[in-house]
Write a protein that binds this ligand. Structure first.
Ligand SMILES: Cc1cc2nc3c(=O)[nH]c(=O)nc-3n(C[C@H](O)[C@H](O)[C@H](O)COP(=O)(O)O)c2cc1C
Length: 245
């Protein structure tokens, strides 16, 4: 297998880091490479805030339910979807941005995810570990206030990067034939394949937790999507200029 596949398939989230700041040069290179990802219509709707203040990191960790990797990582970045810069560019060219379109929201969010994942792959290629922090959206208004984000900008996720202080197992993914389909969306054979995958995931959780966690992928998904999740997101986004119309 080509090295790049090996690298990508050895990804695992790291939640314990050597508490040592990453050099500016290292972080700048990662973000720069991230920004080379494809970007819809060259919109480049990504802004990255490197949080240096210990106090702000602790406050964001608090928003994220106490996730200490935010504080201990060598760098903590908040990746923001940014249509504010787009608006200013439009106005500088004598136009006026039509805001609140769902399509623009999708474009900006996808741009951010692609750029961040590019940076992640670059980080992992040099032996660093990463953990995305979607939990910044537990209280996106507080995070926006802390980072002084203007309208038309929202925090999509945080990203911890640093020297790993743990070596967790790789979490098994769904089998390829469940995900990759020929020509049409068929679920033939999927239930059986997912049953087998559930066994693999259960074994993974048992091993990882020393027998304490007994769950499968199917059970995890039921817990995740049965019930409202972050219902504040829609009004928050609307208030920031992402009306989703
Ligand atoms: C957008 C996004 C947000 C995430 N948010 C969190 C988070 O807040 N805290 C955390 O510990 N892991 C977070 N994760 C990591 C996922 O839980 C993890 O990627 C998933 O369980 C698969 O495990 P792996 O990354 O070790 O392969 C997030 C991942 C993504 C892509």
């Amino acid at each position: 297998m080509h090295d790049i596949h090996q690298l990508l398939r050895s990804h695992r989230s790291i939640r314990k880091f050597v508490a040592e700041e990453l050099d500016d040069q290292v972080v700048n290179d990662l973000v720069r490479s991230g920004l080379s990802a494809a970007t819809s219509s060259n919109l480049q709707a990504t802004t990255v805030i490197r949080v240096r203040s210990q106090d702000v990191k602790e406050q964001i960790a608090d928003v994220a339910g106490g996730q200490q990797q935010i504080v201990s990582a060598g760098a903590f970045l908040v990746w923001c979807a940014d249509l504010n810069r787009t608006r200013r560019a439009c106005e500088a060219a004598g136009g006026s941005m039509t805001s609140g379109m769902t399509e623009q929201f999708i474009i900006a969010t996808v741009d951010v995810a692609l750029a961040a994942q590019n940076a992640v792959v670059a980080a992992e290629a040099q032996g660093l570990g990463i953990c995305y922090i979607g939990a910044v959206r537990n209280d996106p208004q507080r995070v926006s206030d802390l980072l002084e984000l203007p309208d038309d900008v929202y925090p999509v996720f945080g990203l911890c990067i640093g020297e790993p202080a743990q070596d967790p197992e790789v979490k098994p993914r769904l089998p390829l034939d469940v995900v990759l389909k020929d020509d049409i969306y068929s679920i033939e054979g999927e239930a059986e394949a997912i049953r087998e995958y559930d066994e693999v995931v259960s074994e993974y959780y048992r091993t990882r937790s020393g027998g304490r966690k007994d769950s499968s992928w199917t059970q995890e998904m039921a817990g995740l999507v049965d019930g409202e999740k972050r219902p504040h997101m829609r009004p928050f986004l609307a208030n920031r200029g992402f009306e989703l119309r």
